[in-house]
Design a protein around this ligand. Structure first.
Ligand SMILES: [Zn+2]
Length: 235
């Protein structure tokens, strides 16, 4: 009985017959369950892919979303920011030969990670829907694709991730940096939720689902907030 869900009758249980239950944006399941309410936002959890997400009524407009990003522009020279990005950089270093080409998808206004990788001998293309809308970069193929603090912003993650997966060469790596969901108690007081542009939250189970969905030959947690997925074949 979910009488703890504000504004709802306890009789209105979620499920396929409940029009108020949002569709899972990752796997399209219809039977997500209400999980947490925090600061005026309801969070739902998909029983199929375990994604935790907010309904579309909480999505910002594109203008409001960009205004949020403009507020906290990361300084390329900032040491703390570089330390944060070094975890994604290391995930690339450990797996991809120097000299390979990659894509920094959702690089933001100051593409610091690309700079760090270029310094090490990689060649990195940039794409960001707001700051580097170079759609040509989405037509080429790469040995690696990085998404640092991007996946939690995606309204249509299956579509975006499938597209990126097609851009990976055989044997290539998708490097995803995002903080992961642990349990409900930790989730309910998680500062990660305070950013209104964060709309979807991934756990290890969600990445396991994603690896299977994309057809990854392997995936692993590379660091505390970095997951890598490998495309099959020889490249
Ligand atoms: Zn799902």
């Amino acid at each position: 009985m979910r009488s703890d869900l504000p504004g709802r009758s306890p009789m209105a249980m979620p499920g396929t017959d409940d029009p108020d239950t949002p569709i899972c944006p990752l796997c399209n399941a219809l039977n997500s369950q209400w999980w947490v309410r925090r600061k005026q936002r309801d969070y739902w959890r998909c029983p199929n892919c375990q994604l935790v997400f907010v309904g579309r009524n909480h999505y910002l407009s594109l203008t409001a979303e960009k205004a949020e990003y403009d507020k906290h522009q990361n300084d390329v020279e900032d040491v703390g920011y570089q330390r944060f990005l070094s975890r994604a950089r290391q995930a690339v270093f450990d797996r991809v030969p120097v000299g390979s080409t990659g894509l920094d998808f959702g690089c933001g206004p100051g593409p610091a990670l690309a700079g760090m990788l270029e310094e090490a001998g990689y060649s990195v293309s940039l794409y960001d829907v707001f700051y580097y809308p170079d759609t040509l970069a989405l037509t080429r193929c790469y040995r690696f694709i990085c998404m640092t603090e991007v996946i939690e912003h995606l309204a249509s993650p299956a579509e975006v991730l499938s597209g990126l997966w097609q851009q990976l060469k055989a044997g290539g790596w998708l490097v995803v940096q995002t903080q992961r969901v642990r349990d409900r108690e930790a989730f309910a007081r998680w500062r990660y939720l305070d950013d209104p542009t964060h709309i979807a939250f991934y756990s290890e189970a969600t990445f396991a689902w994603l690896a299977e969905y994309l057809g990854a030959v392997t995936w692993e947690v590379a660091d505390r907030d970095v997951v890598v997925l490998k495309k099959g074949g020889f490249g």
